[in-house]
Design a protein around this ligand. Sequence first.
Ligand SMILES: [Zn+2]
Ligand SMILES: [Zn+2]
Length: 94
Amino acid sequence: MADLVATHCPVCHSVTDHDHYLSRGGYLHSLCTNCGKDISSSERVESGEPQPVTKHCAVCGVDTAHVRYLSTTGYLHWLCLSCGKDVRSSANVQ
Ligand SMILES: [Zn+2]
Ligand SMILES: [Zn+2]
């Protein structure tokens, strides 16, 4: 089943359906099903496919869908599914 997330697209300049998927290499992606913009996480995802949470993105300037994930290197990340900005914790998560 497609896992569509309605979030802002910086290319379309509107809210569009994004297909949020895990690549074969273990990276989290978000594909705009309208224009084809495809962003990916900066690190591999340790486990599962996290559920998106809506919060403000400083880069997008609007509320967008984000996913919180744990990378294989043990850091906590927040990835904006709209622009691909990936924030990482400074320390390893226990
Ligand atoms: Zn788009
Ligand atoms: Zn963003």
